[in-house]
Design a protein around this ligand. Structure first.
Ligand SMILES: NC(=O)c1ccc[n+]([C@@H]2O[C@H](COP(=O)([O-])OP(=O)(O)OC[C@H]3O[C@@H](n4cnc5c(N)ncnc54)[C@H](OP(=O)(O)O)[C@@H]3O)[C@@H](O)[C@H]2O)c1
Length: 334
């Protein structure tokens, strides 16, 4: 019996340590208990993964939640699941394909016409490391969906958000933005050899830069905007990567994944926190890693890059470039 005592207690310590480490690495749950009755929320890419769980969390807190998805069949199923689980009947499904500017404009026009208010916009949808695909408008797919589609959507909904103030925009970025670089000579990967990883990182850096510049433009309006890395989660995001499809890597990396990877429920906590927490009222232009504010990569803090990206994005999606607000450091209502 004694000869088993040491190995058994070592195993117990290792398992206990691993569980504690997993809790630490994967972060906690939203500390705010705030409810949002009477508030209207839009979550893009809400039929699965982090988006679906975020929509569920916000429906549970009493919001009127609009799931904005490209596949209406999946969207209706998700909305039904959420209504069933939360017993909140105010959860609906709408069509939005971020890879089509026409679809983004149609979606926004309907929201503006049919919804009294938009209090929370969660730009969650994304595609990661897909092949060298193009959107309907000819943009590289990852930049097109992750950044340009959301850029246009947000801009089109700004008047509604301002009229509903205090209101919030939450942009899902990723830690991957630190490896990103905005290549203004070839934003859409027409000149360089396509690199799926670098294209994803560029798109997620663009999301943080968009957040910073939008926040600057929204000073004094009561609309805040923040970017967030939700943590690494077990979702369908890796569907285009070899690792996601390979049984060998799933098997060999399985234990590491178990330790480091969150459930979609846990990964939805940061978006939920940014959407509801009373203590975040007025907080804008920040980058959150999970539930904690953190400095993003240096390029994400570069105001010149942010302004240039805004101008390029506005040009690409066909929005008029608004005049620059002065850099006074004071609030500038617009
Ligand atoms: N999971 C992670 O480890 C992780 C880490 C860092 C950041 N993030 C970020 O978290 C967010 C949510 O990711 P996830 O992990 O939940 O991924 P996911 O499970 O793959 O969900 C992505 C969602 O985006 C939708 N989508 C893709 N292309 C679209 C388009 N053209 N128009 C409208 N919707 C579109 C998908 O719809 P379909 O189902 O129809 O494809 C799906 O609903 C993303 O912004 C991602 O970059 C995730």
């Amino acid at each position: 019996m004694n000869r088993y005592l040491l190995p058994v207690s070592m195993l117990g310590t290792a398992v206990g340590g691993a569980v504690l480490l997993k809790d630490y690495v994967t972060g906690g749950i939203c500390p705010s208990k705030a409810t949002i009755p009477g508030k209207t929320v839009i979550v893009t890419g809400a039929n699965t993964g982090i988006g679906k769980q975020t929509a569920l969390e916000l429906a549970r807190r009493g919001g009127r939640v609009i799931l904005a998805c490209r596949d209406m069949e999946k969207c209706e199923v998700a909305a039904q699941d959420i209504r069933g689980e939360t017993l909140n009947p105010r959860v609906s499904a709408r069509h939005l394909d971020l890879a089509s500017l026409r679809s983004v404009r149609e979606f926004a026009a309907k929201i503006i016409k049919e919804e009294e208010r938009v209090d929370i916009l969660i730009n969650n949808a994304a595609v990661m490391r897909c092949p060298h695909w193009a959107t309907e408008d000819g943009f590289e797919m990852q930049l097109g969906v992750n950044h340009l589609g959301h850029f246009l959507l947000t801009n089109l909904l700004l008047d509604k958000l301002k009229a509903s103030a205090p209101s919030r925009v939450i942009n899902l970025s990723s830690l991957a933005h630190v490896a990103g670089h905005i290549d203004f000579d070839d934003l859409n990967w027409q000149k360089r050899k396509y690199n799926t990883k670098a294209a994803y990182c560029q798109s997620k850096l663009a999301v943080v830069l968009f957040t910073k510049e939008l926040s600057r433009r929204l000073q004094g309006t009561g609309v805040t905007v923040n970017a967030v890395h939700p943590g690494v989660a077990r979702t369908e995001l890796g569907r285009h990567t070899g690792m996601h499809n390979s049984t060998f890597s799933s098997f060999t990396l399985g234990p590491v994944f178990w330790l480091l990877v969150k459930s979609p429920q846990l990964a939805a906590q940061p978006s939920t926190y940014l959407a509801v927490a009373e203590e975040l009222e007025g907080v804008s232009g920040k980058y959150f890693d999970g539930l904690k504010e953190k400095a993003p990569a240096p390029e994400a803090e570069d105001e010149e890059v942010a302004q240039r990206l805004w101008a390029e994005s506005a040009h690409l999606v066909g929005l008029d470039v608004a005049p620059e607000p002065p850099h006074t450091g004071q609030s500038c209502p617009r």
